[in-house]
Ligand binder design. Structure first.
Ligand code: ADP
Ligand code: MG
Length: 238
């Protein structure tokens, strides 16, 4: 039985309580995320699923501190985001959290290796350490031979592997992925999921994947399901 089942959230890496985000649009209130309380644990692949428009991306942005909740709270490794100023949140995102997106988010004019190195540059790491980390991360995703290729010279699956290497190179404790298989055929998506699984099992990373891909649902250890911004069900496997 999972620790979450008996309510012990002490070792949760991410925790939300009554998390709510209301958008005001043309006089209408949209409750994109509505009263979501959940905990995400290390060494598990956690999926947050739901149809398009169910609030998945909004929830991920709230967890990352990229957006502010209308109500409720997020804790990352025990620290309330609300208690942190923008500078502290930026440091948290740069040092502890990696991001993977549906559209890969690579810079088109940079090589694979340069793309992987971008977050390390922003953190001001010395070049020898940057190069070592970039090399290691590209090797880990199986792309050492593609280091000097630009995104347009890579397949979709390879581009997503570069994006995974970029997230990994920063040595984050948490990786948040928004529809990481959304633009890939199912065979390629399966391989990306296997790689994401290894982030958890080999690197000990806390992984939350937002998706409406049935394959993600099948692969995850824990599935939180959103509907109309509300958490309607949590399923634990294994
Ligand atoms: P998902 O990622 O599950 O497709 P989103 O979190 O993107 O869902 O969106 C949830 C709901 O919030 C949708 O109804 C969407 O139209 C609305 N929404 C998202 N972002 C905004 C915004 N910036 N302004 C107004 N409404 C938004
Ligand atoms: Mg989305």
């Amino acid at each position: 039985m999972s620790m979450a089942v008996n309510g012990n959230t002490a070792n949760a890496v991410i925790r939300t309580e009554n998390l709510t985000r209301v958008y005001h649009l043309e006089g209408e209130d949209i409750r994109a995320v509505s009263g979501v309380t959940l905990a995400i644990y290390p060494r598990q692949m956690t999926a947050i699923i739901g149809r398009s428009g169910s609030g998945k991306t909004t929830l991920l942005n709230l967890i990352a501190g990229l957006d502010d909740p209308t109500e409720g709270e997020v804790w990352i490794m025990g620290r309330a985001l609300r208690s942190m100023d923008e500078r502290a949140r930026l440091a948290l995102r740069r040092e502890k959290i990696g991001f993977i997106f549906q559209s890969f988010g690579l810079l088109p004019l940079l090589t694979a290796a340069e793309n992987v190195g971008v977050p390390l540059r922003m953190r001001g790491l010395p070049s020898h350490e940057r190069e070592a980390r970039v090399r290691e991360a590209l090797e880990w995703v199986g792309l050492s031979k593609r280091a000097r290729h630009r995104p347009y010279e890579l397949s979709g699956g390879e581009q997503q592997r570069v994006a995974i290497a970029r997230a990994l190179a920063a040595q984050p404790q948490i990786i948040l992925a928004d529809e990481p298989t959304g633009q890939l055929d199912s065979q390629t998506g399966k391989r990306i999921l296997e790689l994401l699984r290894r982030l958890v099992s080999e690197r000990g990373i806390t992984l939350a994947i937002v998706s409406h891909d049935p394959m993600v649902m099948a692969e995850a250890d824990v599935v939180h399901e959103l509907r109309d911004g509300k958490l309607i069900e949590t399923r634990y496997k294994g």
